[in-house]
Design a protein around this ligand. Structure first.
Ligand SMILES: [Zn+2]
Ligand SMILES: [Zn+2]
Length: 120
């Protein structure tokens, strides 16, 4: 694997907090490295997700998004414009475990609503 391409893909994903789709990442990467192929971007993204440096957000009925911030946070999916916003509610594992008496291995929340722009 070409480490320069991998570094570029990581740079593109971490440069913004906009939770880009693979296609948007490809377009941004291509602007910086015109010879990069779409398959290369996809492969590197999968690798970065595997490495734990990029988080993949699976969204029902929409393309996957990629998040360069791996700190514990959740996402609000805007019903109106489709924007993905960060929600910093901390790690809920303990709260859920003490409320239910069950042991969590992981959790995935789907939070839907209106983003700050659509809510006005
Ligand atoms: Zn919105
Ligand atoms: Zn995020």
């Amino acid at each position: 694997m070409n480490t320069k391409q991998k570094a570029l893909v990581l740079e593109v994903v971490t440069a913004t907090c906009s939770h880009m789709t693979a296609e948007e990442i490809y377009i941004a990467a291509k602007a910086k490295m015109p010879q990069i192929a779409m398959g290369t971007v996809y492969r590197n993204l999968a690798q970065l997700v595997n490495d734990g440096v990029v988080r993949k957000l699976e969204i029902p009925n929409a393309p996957d998004r990629y998040d360069g911030c791996t700190e514990c946070h959740e996402h609000l999916y805007c019903d109106k414009c489709g924007k993905v916003s960060d929600i910093w509610c901390g790690d809920l594992t303990e709260a859920i475990e003490s409320a239910t008496g069950q042991k969590l291995s992981s959790y995935t929340l789907t939070i839907r609503g209106l983003c700050s722009e659509c809510a006005v």
